[in-house]
Design a protein around this ligand. Structure first.
Ligand SMILES: NC(=O)c1ccc[n+]([C@@H]2O[C@H](COP(=O)([O-])OP(=O)(O)OC[C@H]3O[C@@H](n4cnc5c(N)ncnc54)[C@H](OP(=O)(O)O)[C@@H]3O)[C@@H](O)[C@H]2O)c1
Length: 316
């Protein structure tokens, strides 16, 4: 099969289009013919030698954690997902071969029927960001109507979905972005959008119940500054692993609850997300799509840190 492989850790130039063997399914895995794959910051971090790169045993390695595709071979004869069914889901890359490829194997508990109203490219870019947003807003954040929620980086892949889910929960959503994205984020349900380039969010938000921090301290001390706006007993969810190594201690000192989080896939949650999408209640925005052969350019774009919504690879 054709795959965009990472030949060694390094810059985007280590991504090459190559013929590689198809991955073999483990027990309870289906074989999926991939149509669209998401491009996520974790892919770029892993390619650069951070992220999950310590788990890569052999090169060339196939990156890509999320996908939409067609079942080629079911996990077993009578399983719900049969050849021809369009599914989407999240893969435990780099333990298995990733989605930047014509075929992937996926545990059936981590996939679901894709939203009918989306293209394969849109659906392929949705799982990692949507499952992360779901974890922040629903499972971990337990955000309720009337709560004041601050979401950093609302214009990104996770952020634009978290803004919508928090607004659907009835929260008063405040988000940070550059000024160009303000109108769009309001149209997704944000009540207030703070232009982080020209305003300090701690001067204007008032007291906040939950911060969904998609930045950490890697830019402008965003994580630590969030403690100035959280009420005592409020919750900080630190999403980018390693972006703010002392968040637990700093949150404890500020009498604020804290947690990290990981994207977790399940058929049940992916089905709920698909239902919201098909009902028109949750919208994904694709910033740009690239053919698989241009995975390098896709990585260059995600590494700018300013893509608006999601990026997808079209698999031939
Ligand atoms: N723990 C997990 O399982 C998990 C899962 C998914 C993602 N993550 C991590 O979470 C982070 C966000 O992921 P993502 O996919 O949403 O990233 P992304 O799509 O690359 O985010 C890009 C967005 O960040 C915004 N941004 C950049 N600097 C900003 C700042 N100083 N303040 C506010 N917004 C800023 C940009 O908005 P403007 O262009 O308007 O500046 C842009 O739209 C990444 O570090 C990722 O690795 C972790």
């Amino acid at each position: 099969m054709l795959a965009a492989v990472m030949t060694r850790p390094g810059g985007p130039e280590v991504l090459e289009l190559r013929e590689v063997p198809r991955p073999a399914p483990a027990i309870a895995e289906a074989v999926v013919r991939v149509r669209g794959a998401g491009v996520n910051p974790i892919d770029a971090k892993t390619r650069a030698g951070g992220g999950a790169s310590a788990l890569i045993r052999d090169y060339p390695a196939v990156l890509g954690v999320d996908f939409c595709g067609v079942i080629e071979r079911p996990a077993f004869d009578s399983h719900d997902f049969q050849p021809g069914d369009v599914v989407y889901g999240l893969l435990p890359v780099p333990r298995v071969s990733g989605s930047y490829a014509q075929f992937a194997t996926a545990h059936v508990a981590m996939i679901a029927r894709a939203p009918r109203s989306l293209t394969a490219l849109e659906a392929g870019a949705l799982p990692c960001a949507a499952l992360t947003a779901w974890g922040c807003v629903v499972t971990t954040g337990r955000i309720e109507a009337g709560q004041r929620v601050l979401i950093h980086a609302g214009a990104g892949g996770v952020g634009h979905l978290a803004v919508q889910l928090a607004a659907l929960a009835g929260a008063h959503v405040i988000t940070t972005s550059s000024a160009d994205n303000s109108e769009w984020l309001r149209s997704l349900g944000a009540a207030e959008v703070i232009d982080y380039r020209n305003e300090r969010f701690e001067d204007v938000t008032g007291e906040i119940d939950v911060v969904i921090d998609l930045i950490g301290n890697v830019r402008d001390n965003t994580g630590s500054r969030s403690l100035e706006v959280l009420r005592k007993g409020g919750l900080l969810i630190s999403v980018p692993t390693g972006s703010w190594s002392t968040f637990r201690e700093e949150c404890a000192a500020a009498a604020v609850r804290s947690t990290d989080i990981k994207a977790i896939s399940s058929t049940a949650v992916l089905t709920e997300i698909a239902n919201l999408v098909d009902a028109g209640s949750l919208k994904i925005r694709l910033e740009k799509t690239f053919p698989l052969s241009e995975a390098r350019a896709a990585h260059e774009l995600i590494e700018t840190g300013h893509s608006k919504g999601k990026i997808a690879l079209e698999i031939p």
